[in-house]
Design a protein around this ligand. Structure first.
Ligand code: MN3
Length: 202
């Protein structure tokens, strides 16, 4: 069965007050994410060994194989964006108690977590992602990945939050100011309730 673009979990105008405008969501979801899904389906059609595999299985199967890099990139980006849409909310920015306690325990403070996340997001050269993961040792960690990679592929842990730092995610709203986009994302867009639920489920 072909992979499909999931609908956004909110209206395209829902995040405008938090500085992610309708035009950004329209292009990012309807064009960029759709293009990854379309390309992935094209690869699956041509590669018998991918047929019947889940998205996660395709990511593991293609990760680190040079000849399968285009397939990995599109599968990774499909997985990353499914999470990204869920990782934002019109009521974003509010950190629930259990996650706040865990962030404080593992980073020293919520501010220290945000500093680490901002550093990861702004030092990812070129395109990529910044992540909050629950690592295998049970600690929360901040990581970054280039292009379409993610913590599922690298085995760095369970992804709780992923922030897209490709220019297409912020250029219309923030121009070249990636640091401002990231700070705003952490303070006003990030769905920490989703992150806390994912942490408890892991
Ligand atoms: Mn993107």
């Amino acid at each position: 069965m072909a992979f499909e673009l999931p609908p956004l979990p909110y209206a395209k105008t829902a995040l405008a007050a938090q500085h992610m405008g309708e035009e950004t969501l329209e292009l990012h979801h309807d064009k960029h994410h759709q293009a990854y899904v379309t390309a992935l389906n094209g690869f699956v059609e041509k590669h018998a060994e991918l047929q019947g595999k889940s998205l996660e299985e395709i990511i593991h199967h293609t990760h680190g194989k040079a000849d399968m890099a285009p397939i990995f990139n599109n599968a990774g980006q499909h997985w990353n964006h499914i999470l990204f849409w869920e990782n934002m909310s019109p009521n974003g920015g509010k950190i629930p108690a259990a996650l706040e306690a865990k962030l404080t325990a593992d980073f020293g403070s919520v501010a220290a977590f945000k500093d680490a996340f901002k550093t990861a997001a702004t030092t990812q050269f070129g395109s990529g992602w910044a992540w909050l993961v629950l690592a295998k040792d049970g600690k929360l960690k901040v990581t970054k990945t280039p292009n379409g990679s993610n913590p599922l592929a690298t085995g760095e842990g369970t992804a709780l939050l992923g922030c897209d730092v490709w220019e297409h995610s912020y250029y219309l709203d923030f121009r070249n100011r990636r640091p401002d986009y990231v700070v705003n994302w952490l303070d006003h867009l990030a769905n920490y309730e989703f992150a806390e639920a994912a942490m408890k489920a892991a």
